[in-house]
Each structure stands twice: as structure tokens, then as C-alpha cells.
Design a protein around this ligand. Structure first.
Ligand SMILES: [Zn+2]
Length: 259
């Protein structure tokens, strides 16, 4: 009884009468290489939210499945909305649940490209609406030790952990990222010397597996077994954090008044 979509309004009323915390999974629908599903980021946010919601008895809202992903637009199937639309939509969803009594909102976010927008929304909720919202990535950063990059071995391992039937491991590529943009040498993700530029995935990669300029990424090294202990520790830490947020006195989490 923790998925909002599966309970009735009277159950929701009972929940909000005793608890002011909800989990809002957020993701994106975007290419994740030739081997991972387009839904990777929202499916993983949903899966993490479901486990954390069940273990901590926290209400989980329906996932927001389209986010800030325009930098993947040359790959068929990718969907996106402009950041301002995303922010307004997420904020409106949050305020609707606030109208019922929620005061603490935990965004479990499966897509790094959403993070800046979600933090901005969280800031507005805290400063203007007396709501404490925080943003948690839906994957453990330690998975990058298995293999870095978007759709690389780490993220592919997360998919194998949550929904192996959606991964086409026989297509998992080993790729070398491009190093130059025309005559200019790229560094990292979206840097040219000291400058940053608005990179698209396709500037670095034709497969959709993307990482730092020049990096070799081998998605075929992914496995559910490699990520299992990392994911289980991560889920335990998330549950612990959610419990602490739920117990905290809201007044102590909100913005302080003027001196
Ligand atoms: Zn992803």
C-alpha cells in the first residue's frame, strides 16, 4: 500500500493524516546505447523508489518519465521537454501533493540532466512554500567503478539488476569517445580547454554510450553480480536517510527567518 496509483483517495487521506513525507520518482526517456531500454532512467528511479517506499512505508507518487534530455535528441526514441517546462510541471505536481498535506518531498532522480532543475524546484518549495524537498540520485556513484559513462558498464549493470529482460547484452558495445570537435580538442564532457560548450552526445559517440573525450567505455563488462553488493548498500543508505527525514521536525529543516 505504498504506491499512490494503487490506493484510493480515502487511503491517501489516511496516509496524509499520519505522514507528511512522499517519494517522487523522476527520470527521463532517452537513448541508453544500442543495448539498454529508452526508459532506463525512469524505470530505475521507479524501481529504487518502490523498494525504498516499501521498506520505509513511505508513499511513492507516479514517476515523471520525461525530463531534460535534449542533448540525446539525434538518437531515435529520445523524448524531452525544455527545462522551464520540466521545472514548472514538477513544481505543480509537488504543490498538488502539498495541498493534501505533504511537507517533505524526496525526489528520487534517475537522470543526471534533471538534477539542476530539480534543485531549483526544491529551492522554490523551501523558500516560498514551506516544503522541504531533497534530490537523491537513483543510482550509486560507486557503480561507475564497474565502468563509467552514460549507458556504460555501471549503468548497464544497474539495468541488469533491476530488469535484465530489457537489456540486450549481445549488443553492448565497446567504444572509444571522440576527442575533437572539428579542429578543437575536447576534454572531459563538454569542455574545450578552459571553456565549456553545450555538447550533444553525438559530438562524442555514435553508439550513444557516452563519457569523457577519448575514454574507452566497455558496456559488455556489465553484470548484475558486480553491482549487487553496491546496490544493496545503496538501498540501505537511502532507506536510512528517508527514515531520518521523516522523523525530523519540519521547522528545523525550513529556511531560517531574518536575524
Ligand atoms: Zn541514464
Amino acid at each position: 500500500m505504498v504506491q499512490l496509483a494503487e490506493i484510493t483517495w480515502t487511503d491517501a487521506r489516511d496516509y496524509f493524516s499520519r505522514c507528511d513525507t512522499v517519494i517522487l520518482p523522476v527520470g527521463s526517456t532517452e537513448q541508453h546505447g544500442p543495448h539498454n531500454p529508452l526508459g532506463t532512467d525512469f524505470l530505475n528511479a521507479e524501481a529504487v523508489s518502490r523498494v525504498v517506499g516499501e521498506r520505509t512505508e513511505t508513499l511513492v507518487l507516479p514517476v515523471i518519465p520525461v525530463g531534460v534530455s535534449e542533448h540525446h535528441r539525434q538518437f531515435p526514441g529520445t523524448l524531452w521537454v525544455p527545462p522551464q517546462v520540466f521545472r514548472e510541471y514538477v513544481k505543480a505536481v509537488a504543490l498538488s501533493v502539498v495541498s493534501h498535506g505533504a511537507r517533505k518531498i524526496i525526489f528520487i532522480n534517475g537522470h543526471g540532466g534533471n538534477t539542476a532543475s530539480l534543485l531549483e524546484v526544491a529551492g522554490q518549495l523551501r523558500r516560498e512554500h514551506g516544503v522541504f524537498a531533497l534530490v537523491i540520485l537513483a543510482f550509486p556513484m560507486e557503480m561507475l567503478e564497474i565502468g563509467g559513462g552514460h549507458a556504460g558498464a555501471g549503468e548497464t549493470s544497474a539495468n541488469l539488476y533491476w530488469h535484465p529482460h530489457l537489456v540486450r547484452m549481445e549488443r553492448a558495445p565497446k567504444t572509444e569517445q571522440r576527442r575533437s570537435l572539428g579542429p578543437l580538442e575536447m576534454e572531459g564532457l563538454g569542455r574545450i580547454g578552459r571553456a565549456m560548450f553545450p555538447w550533444d552526445t553525438i559530438d562524442l559517440s555514435d553508439s550513444g554510450v557516452v563519457g569523457s573525450a577519448g575514454a574507452v567505455l566497455d558496456a559488455s563488462k556489465a553484470s548484475a553480480e558486480k553491482i549487487r553488493p553496491i546496490m544493496e548498500r545503496f538501498l540501505g543508505e537511502l532507506c536510512d536517510l528517508v527514515e531520518r527525514v521523516k522523523k525530523a521536525d519540519l521547522k528545523e529543516l525550513l529556511c531560517r527567518p531574518h536575524l
